[in-house]
Design a protein around this ligand. Structure first.
Ligand SMILES: CC(C)(COP(=O)(O)OP(=O)(O)OC[C@H]1O[C@@H](n2cnc3c(N)ncnc32)[C@H](O)[C@@H]1OP(=O)(O)O)[C@@H](O)C(=O)NCCC(=O)NCCS
Length: 166
């Protein structure tokens, strides 16, 4: 069974997952790549939980919720909801980012993870639409968005800008 769950459900598995996620794949960045267990437990996870509540954030950041997609007892993906748009997010990455582990791709998990993330996002986000952005050379991610009602509303040299209705 595939189920999206908030972070801080299983610290050991969440640590191993973010440690192994690449630093950047298609613009989905991960500042925790290679992190030690101790640093994750003592600093990174508490920071994630504080930032979700809007506490102790740098100026450029908006509150963010981290979710993991579980297939039974295994984490197969990470989904992030940025709670509202600032100027950089409005013109850039938008509200939601996601990552599916390499070995779990091509089985519909990205589509299902976003499907389960959207109701949570709809309960948080104040804007009238959910903003997403995807690299033009990432057709799988564009398909994940379109499978969830996303429509392309604009583009620049390297990206499509996509909106999902609230
Ligand atoms: C993008 C990503 C989340 C897709 O995850 P996934 O679990 O493989 O997605 P799905 O299995 O739901 O596949 C979605 C669709 O893309 C299609 N697809 C996959 N690879 C494709 C490709 N190279 N070209 C065209 N379509 C492709 C699939 O056939 C599927 O289409 P369908 O729904 O019509 O069957 C995953 O590749 C990933 O994490 N990439 C790295 C991080 C990233 O790019 N994040 C998104 C940033 S915007």
């Amino acid at each position: 069974m595939l189920e999206i769950k908030k972070c801080n459900t299983d610290i050991e598995k969440e640590w191993a997952f973010v440690r192994d996620m690449p630093v950047d794949e298609n613009g989905l960045t991960n500042s925790l790549h290679g992190i030690s267990r101790q640093d994750f437990i003592e600093k990174a996870l508490p920071d994630m939980l504080k930032h979700e509540r809007g506490e102790d954030m740098p100026d450029w950041m908006v509150p963010e919720t981290f979710l993991y997609l579980w297939e039974d007892n295994t984490i197969v993906g990470q989904f992030r909801i940025r709670h509202y748009l600032n100027d950089a997010l409005r013109a850039g990455a938008g509200h939601i980012g996601y990552f599916i582990a390499k070995e779990s791709r091509g089985r519909g998990y990205g589509t299902e993870g976003l499907r389960q993330t959207l109701p949570i996002a709809r309960g948080i986000i104040p804007e009238d639409e959910i903003y997403l952005r995807v690299n033009k050379d990432n057709p799988a991610s564009l398909k994940v968005m379109q499978n969830n009602g996303g429509r392309i509303v604009g583009e620049d040299d390297g990206h499509y800008f996509v909106r999902i209705p609230k």
